[in-house]
Design a protein around this ligand. Structure first.
Ligand SMILES: Nc1ncnc2c1ncn2[C@@H]1O[C@H](COP(=O)(O)OP(=O)(O)OP(=O)(O)O)[C@@H](O)[C@H]1O
Length: 690
């Protein structure tokens, strides 16, 4: 057997690192050479420009471009080699194909590496077809697919390694529980400023999602901490590998809930050797669609309002616009507009050329496949053609414009805003549309208005984006999905958790989303990896998800602390901060219900604690240390330790609060404390002895 013992493996590691070093030296030489070539070409061009003819110049310029490209690809390869020198591989399987005489060892790492001399593959990229067996099988029968063919065989050996800076920290031989052991070690680490890659411990159900290349729309419903975001990013890395040359990271876009989250996840793809992908928030997207001309409330402001629970009519309006039926209503409204709001009239120019209303009406009907707004132009063109053809009319540009204006006037409403407000009158529910002062739209009206605009004028389809990722899918409504479907006709990965909605009046689950994307494939992730068993169990008591499986990683019991007054609770928070500073943990999240509370706590603590900071809707980065935040902004993030503060009966009592509390508690990886002053929230009843 190849490299039977741990000592053999260590020897092999050293040998491969030397090979990698050779490759690196060679690449450095090449890069240096290319850079000198480019300089020399440029100098030559500069000096001889006046004596050179056009053909010669083109030829030298081409040489420069070619050399630069060679240089770029060498620099790219150098980056990969450097990564491999740190961690060449993390797994090995020995696979004996059915037909083969002998097993072959397959070392799985972050990139492929082929021996420069023998041309033999030494390391297989984790995304290579053969590597999928490392994630899918233990010892025994196994198979993988390559180019539509199934290769069957036996896995005779399986090992996992932790190698850092070229040194092997440990090696584990496969037994049935091996995966768990390595996974446990990975999960018990302290958190990082940025999300990490998880290539070494991807689980089987996660692997199936990563490698699913067939679904046009893939919906991932996953419980809190099940790795949805990580898996979606690994899936992108997989697709970039599989479709190299057809799709690049520039073609991929993620709709992310906020800038902090975007920053938090921004390292995963570069860690996997891919470029960052483009990111945009839903609001910015809507603003583009409305050409920056319509003011609207942000999602953050909407959530804050719902949390404060001051205007019950607001939640009613939000809920009304969050159903699938609402999308259908709007489509019906468009048919109504089409049938009733266009009143064909006779058109005449210079009292001489007339086209009767019957002609106009017929042409209008004839273009029923076009969006309404585009029909006006076409009908006007037909009228002009009719006048020229039938009456040999000599029409000037001004006449043509008059005809266009006349046709436009046959349509009753002039602006999308008018049509949108009329929609509510048509439904017999004018109270469902209310503007804020200074003409600001409620957030719940933005996507419907954009959707109406798209139906009316036609959508500006984005053909540049070849794959769209939507994270926190539960926070988008059917009409928002209908907008996304029109804007991005590309493949999509949509992920989230119906239990983690920050606005239950407008949340969607995978079934709702499937209705917007018929034919979508839904996959589930039910194991929660982030938190200790104790934390997950606590959170389950707040909001139970029967599908959830908690990972067996144990930690401290969750503490629920009662305080007599606010000063005492603040004292408790300060003690926790002091303890955290010497604990070796990297992140402590202090989670409040509202931004107001978070700001107030920050104002109280910050003067004497310069290492405390607060997240706001304007924050753009996630930093290690002590962070005061809200459940809404902490969504998608994680902390080594979490304190959920002010969990009183006043603060947390309804279903919205339940969701918030659940999100807050599930941010904790290793330690969770919950505190309140005087009367606890009834949502904590299960944890408080009476
Ligand atoms: N297979 C795995 N191996 C190691 N760590 C994992 C694995 N799957 C998930 N994790 C870890 O679990 C944590 C949660 O992952 P992630 O944030 O992707 O989950 P999520 O489902 O998007 O969470 P949430 O919805 O609660 O925000 C991360 O620390 C991630 O590294």
């Amino acid at each position: 057997m190849f490299n039977r013992t741990e000592q053999d493996e260590r020897g092999f590691l050293t040998a491969v690192i030397l090979k990698l070093q050779d490759t690196l030296d060679r690449l450095n030489g090449n890069i240096q050479g290319v850079s000198s070539d480019v300089k020399a070409f440029k100098a030559y061009l500069w000096e001889h420009q006046s004596d050179m003819d056009h053909v010669e110049k083109v030829s030298v310029r081409e040489s420069i471009t070619q050399a630069a490209l060679t240089g770029e690809s060498a620099v790219e390869r150098r980056k990969r080699i450097l990564k491999l020198m740190d961690t060449p591989w993390f797994g090995r399987i020995d696979f004996k194909e059915k037909k083969a005489q002998k097993e072959r060892p397959i070392y799985v790492g972050i990139h492929n590496y082929t021996d420069d001399v023998s041309r033999q593959i030494i390391i297989y990229d984790w995304r290579a077809p053969v590597s999928s067996m490392f994630y899918d099988y233990e010892l025994g029968q196994a198979q993988y697919e390559v180019m539509g063919e199934t290769i069957e065989g036996l896995i005779e050996l399986k090992r996992q390694f932790r190698i850092r800076q070229g040194r092997m920290e440990y090696m584990l031989e496969s037994s049935l529980n091996i995966h768990d052991e390595v996974l446990q070690k990975e999960l018990s680490h302290t958190s990082d400023e940025k999300m990490k890659n998880i290539v070494a411990t991807i689980q089987r159900d996660q692997n199936a999602i990563i490698r699913n290349d067939d679904a046009l729309v893939l919906i991932i419903q996953g419980v809190a901490g099940s790795g949805k975001t990580s898996i979606a990013l690994h899936r992108i890395a997989f697709l970039l590998y599989k479709h190299k040359g057809e799709i690049s990271s520039n073609d991929i876009m993620i709709i992310s809930p906020n800038k902090v989250f975007a920053d938090y996840i921004s390292n995963v793809l570069p860690e996997l050797g891919e470029e960052k992908i483009r990111e945009i928030g839903f609001e910015a997207l809507m603003d583009q669609q409305l050409n920056g001309k319509v003011k609207f409330q942000s999602f953050f402001e909407q959530v804050s309002e719902v949390i404060e629970d001051k205007h019950p009519d607001v939640s009613e309006r939000i809920a009304f616009k969050a159903t699938f039926d609402f999308v259908n209503q709007m489509r019906r409204y468009l048919t109504h507009i089409e049938n009733n709001y266009f009143e064909a009239n006779d058109v005449g120019v210079a009292h001489r050329y007339f086209v009767p209303r019957a002609f106009v009406g017929k042409r209008f009907q004839g273009y029923h496949r076009l969006p309404l707004a585009r029909r006006f132009e076409r009908v006007a063109e037909d009228i002009v053609a009719e006048m020229r053809f039938r009456h040999q009319a000599d029409l000037k540009a001004a006449d043509v414009n008059r005809v266009k204006a006349d046709v436009r006037k046959m349509f009753r409403h002039t602006t999308i805003q008018q049509l949108y407000s009329d929609f509510y009158g048509w439904m017999g529910k004018p109270e469902m549309f209310k503007k804020r002062t200074r003409n600001v739209l409620e957030y719940a009206d933005v996507a419907p208005m954009v959707y109406l605009k798209m139906l009316f004028e036609g959508a500006q389809i984005n053909t540049e984006v070849k794959h769209l990722l939507v994270d926190e899918m539960q926070d988008y409504t059917p009409i928002q999905y209908a907008v996304l479907a029109k804007l991005f006709p590309c493949k999509k990965t949509i992920l989230g958790d119906a239990s983690q909605s920050v606005n239950p009046y407008s949340s969607s689950n995978s079934a709702d989303i499937e209705r917007v994307f018929p034919g979508a494939v839904s996959m589930q992730l039910n194991t929660s990896y982030r938190s200790t068993f104790e934390i997950t169990d606590f959170a389950q008591n707040i909001s139970r998800n029967v599908d959830l499986v908690a990972i067996e990683r144990h930690g401290q019991k969750v503490e629920v602390e009662a305080y007599k007054n606010t000063a005492a609770e603040t004292e408790g928070i300060l003690n926790e901060i002091t303890d955290f500073r010497t604990s070796g943990d990297n992140t402590l999240g202090i989670i409040c219900k509202s931004q107001k509370q978070a700001d107030a706590l920050y104002a109280l603590l910050r003067p004497d604690n310069r290492d405390v900071y607060v997240l706001t809707s304007e924050s753009v980065a996630f930093l290690n240390g002590i962070v005061i935040t809200t459940a809404y902004l902490a969504k998608g993030l994680e902390f080594d330790r979490v304190m959920v503060v002010h969990v009183t009966d006043k603060n947390y009592h309804n279903e919205v609060d339940r969701s918030m509390l659940y999100v807050a508690c599930t941010r904790a990886m290793h330690q969770l404390k919950v505190s309140y002053v005087k009367k606890p929230s009834p949502l904590l009843d299960f944890a408080i002895e009476k």
